[in-house]
Design a protein around this ligand. Structure first.
Ligand SMILES: [Zn+2]
Length: 118
């Protein structure tokens, strides 16, 4: 599944950045996708098992894409896939979708107490 590959990519990026240190927290920014945060969090936790990222808390920052309708002028975040096809207010299909659909590992928190032991 798409979410699984996503989670594995995030975990491997975190492992590289941690450079052997124990990770206690991940901050992940998800743009665009109307995805279930719980699915992503679980996927990350599964992918993290057995790595330095295991047992870290996952903090997801969701940034939905924005749709602007040329017919009624409505603009707002996309909350479901349908809103990327037609305007939720007037049903118009003359819409612009803006925003990024990047998934970025924004930051990690490492257990600094472990630093001296490495
Ligand atoms: Zn509209």
């Amino acid at each position: 599944m798409h979410e699984t590959g996503l989670a594995e990519a995030i975990v491997s990026a975190a492992v590289r950045r941690a450079a052997g240190r124990q990770v206690t927290g991940l901050r992940v920014r998800i743009g665009g996708h109307a995805i279930d945060p719980d699915v992503v969090t679980q996927g990350i936790q599964v992918a993290a098992a057995g790595t330095v990222v295991a047992d870290s808390t996952v903090d997801l920052v969701l940034e939905p894409m924005t749709v602007r309708c040329h017919e009624c002028g409505r603009s707002g975040p996309v909350r479901d896939h349908l809103a990327m096809v037609a305007c939720p207010q007037c049903g118009g299909v003359d819409i612009d979708v803006s925003g990024s659909d990047d998934v970025v590992l924004e930051s990690i928190t490492v257990n600094s107490a472990e630093l001296g032991a490495v």
